[in-house]
Design a protein around this ligand. Structure first.
Ligand SMILES: CC(=O)N[C@@H](Cc1ccc2ccccc2c1)C(=O)O
Ligand SMILES: [Mg+2]
Length: 366
């Protein structure tokens, strides 16, 4: 396929409710979409970078700049989707920007060939179990109301954001109100230090599936030390930036479970390699989320259908975050989301809806 160019589309999507984590509160998602135009078909990619570099070093303006000046021009020669990462490798980092570009090229290729993302990645299921990520709340009562609502919607797993001062009590309250059968896990987004081990061990009696990224993303040794002091399995998110990082973390005993996010590792092809490395070590994985629109959600649901994804992911329904998605919404059915079966991502933006939320567009000729 010959890449003619990429359109950067900046959209602004208000969240149905503020989403608070240990690194900040998000009320409106500013998202960078990519529309790749090739001689065969067009393809879509979604950059998961936040507006501010709070989850990772990447941020929307930085992603747009590196795509405009370096990444899109590097694809002038016209490469297949499998050639995108090698063609971009000489540029350091910017994995979320690279992931969005690779996804758009891959989507165009697959649409032209009439093959689905799921088929390309190796999906073995037609629907995936869905969990939900619950933010830090203003009170325990507000938290319990939110969890009750998600369980009523059918979510099969609850994940609570935690931080120092909001950890043991919320977990205890959810266990007391909803019982021991609910699949429950927590995500600290790097808010603790290895010195907090004794405090975090207070979570052990609550039979959590995992504790996600308790320490700094670069503290592999600290996570290994922490894992030796906790009964709750340690899961990594921010630390796992590649298949190699996954192999290293597993080898050092820093994690027993991995949250896979294609944007964080540089794309869906690398995400499959992370899956394969984890599967080779018997490490379960699940699909993380970055509050994607239906475009990123479609790709994540296809990835979550691979055999090693044995835990419910953060692939929630569109309505968890947005009153109205830019694609046909993903809707929970019996706690599951259907894996799109159409060519490529299997979904595309609804033109009128996309126009409503678009704040800027920019054409970059390849
Ligand atoms: C579903 C979930 O918890 N995702 C991330 C955290 C997160 C939270 C808030 C975000 C806001 C804008 C963009 C990305 C974001 C990612 C995580 O697993 O760590
Ligand atoms: Mg996380």
């Amino acid at each position: 396929l010959k890449l003619e160019g990429v359109e950067l589309i900046r959209i602004r999507m208000p969240l149905v409710a503020p989403f608070r984590t240990s690194f900040g509160t998000e009320t409106t998602r500013e998202i960078l979409l990519l529309r790749a135009v090739t001689n065969g078909a067009e393809g879509w990619g979604e950059c998961v970078a936040m507006n501010d570099p709070l989850y990772s070093s990447e941020y929307v303006d930085g992603a747009a700049d590196v795509l405009r000046r370096f990444l899109v021009p590097a694809l002038r020669t016209g490469v297949p989707a499998t050639g995108v990462a090698p063609a971009l490798a000489r540029f350091k980092g910017h994995r979320m920007a690279k992931a969005a570009l690779e996804t758009a090229v891959l989507d165009a290729e697959l649409r032209a060939e009439g093959r689905s993302f799921g088929r390309e990645l190796g999906a073995v299921r037609e629907r995936v179990p869905s969990g939900v990520s619950v933010g830090i709340m203003s009170s325990i009562d507000a938290l319990l109301d939110a969890v009750a609502g998600y369980l009523a919607e059918g979510y099969l797993r609850i994940k609570l954001k935690i931080e120092p001062g909001w950890d043991v009590e919320p977990v205890r309250a959810v266990r007391e109100r909803f019982g021991d059968a609910v699949l429950l896990q927590v995500d600290a987004n790097t808010a603790y230090t290895v010195g907090d081990a004794r405090h975090l061990a207070k979570l052990d009696p609550f039979d959590l599936l995992l504790i996600e990224q308790p320490l700094d993303e670069e503290d592999v040794r600290g996570h290994a030390a922490l894992a030796r002091q906790l009964r709750t399995p340690v899961c990594l998110d921010e630390s796992i930036v590649s298949a190699r990082a996954a192999a290293d973390a597993i080898a050092f005993g820093a994690c027993a479970i991995v949250n896979i996010k294609p944007g964080r590792v540089g794309g869906y092809l690398e995400a499959r390699r992370v899956h394969d490395v984890c599967a080779a070590h018997g490490v379960p994985v699940w699909a993380g989320g970055m509050l994607e629109t239906g475009l990123g959600r479609a790709a994540n649901v296809a990835l979550a259908a691979l055999p090693g994804f044995t835990l419910p992911g953060d692939t929630s329904a569109s309505g968890r975050y947005y009153r109205e998605d830019i694609t046909e919404p993903f809707v929970l059915v019996d706690g599951h989301l259907a894996v799109p079966s159409g060519p490529g991502l299997g979904v595309a933006p609804l033109p009128d809806r996309l126009a409503e939320v678009t704040v800027a567009t920019e054409w970059i000729a390849a």
